[in-house]
Design a protein around this ligand. Sequence first.
Ligand code: GUN
Ligand code: ZN
Length: 438
Amino acid sequence: MSRRAFRASILHFLRDPHELPHARVSESYAYFEDGLLVVEDGLVTDVGEYAEHAPALGDTPVVDYRGRLIVPGFLDCHVHYPQTGMIGSYGEELLSWLATYTYPAERAFADLDHARAVAELFLTELLRNGTTTALVFATVHAVSAQALFEKALTLNMRLISGKVLMDRNAPAYLCDTPETAYAESKALIEEWHGRGRLLYAVTPRFAGSSSPEQLRVAKRLLNEHPDCWLHTHVAENKSEVAWIQELYAHECAPGTSYLGVYDHFGLMTQRSVFAHGVQLDDADFELVAKRRSAVAFCPTSNLFLGSGLFRYRRAREIDIKLGLATDVGGGTSFSQLQSLNEAYKIVKLQGDKLSALEAFHLATLGSAEALELDDKVGSFRDGNEADFVVLDPNATPLLRFRMANARGIEEQLFVFMTLGDDRAIEATYLAGERAHAR
Ligand code: GUN
Ligand code: ZN
């Protein structure tokens, strides 16, 4: 048995601050200014005040991170590893961006060696940014998923991914068929789902690039493997929405929304994650809530591609499961601190505020709930996997100067999400083992 403890300021969430009246918001989290996190065999066994736990430590080694803040590792609920090399591609909106930059970049992932090299760089980048769990798009090529799973297994990361299904409206070099999509996904599920901390997501790219036959194949895979995830895009961009509605006008009942197309094919499950949802209306949000599916909010991507402002407050009012995502390479940063920075501005532009508590909940426990992984990661609940980050309030001269004026943990968190990025991540731990040190 290996047992270790970490001494630092420690914060994690117990529930959603948004559910509580303002006066009781402090019940949503536990904060220990001089705290101790105890880890045994990769799992959290205790968290609390240092003074309270110190007497029982015996000869347990203690890693001293005093002056820093430990929080659960961030989750990235939607990201494309094959787009790492084309992040920051200029000038286009979604559909022309896909055709101009994205599809050509994904072509190279037919080659296993290329996929392995990018997978390694990508996972390193997640860890450098304090992201310990991600729901990840590969490409249409089965070897692209294989390469990512191999590397994540070596790192012992909790990660969900899958081969992309796409059989139309894309270059021939990126298209599979309903039959190959089924056979290749099935083989990958059998090889990878549940191996180490890896999990599988059936991944139709979006309704625009899968035929109705292929969406039926996706449903068949979910029926045969009900503990797998469904991961796709929805209602990101206005022209995309108009195009999808036209594309499915004969297949679905008149007036079916873009999201409704997925529902028509039975693809809205409790483990379905829909990226973006910028153009979803209230009826769509209600359908997401009813099916207990989740939406991944992608702030930097929605701004960069000019997709629009996600209706964050409405989504919270309707109480849908909501995760936070970078959507790299549509998104412009691997840092979930930077996603929160932009999320704050998206909410502000709609006349509202995103509190630091709501924000850090969203990046940790909220995203874990959106991915149905909160019994494993996202908080320091007893028995959870000990994935965490060490945030350094003195990481840069400006952070140090500004933090000196921060009164209390809420303001510190707000400064981290406004000024912080990979530089603020002093260390990242996976299952109690250090996986990144700045
Ligand atoms: N919709 C379909 N494919 C993609 C993609 O690769 N990125 C984004 N942001 N939206 C998409
Ligand atoms: Zn995406």
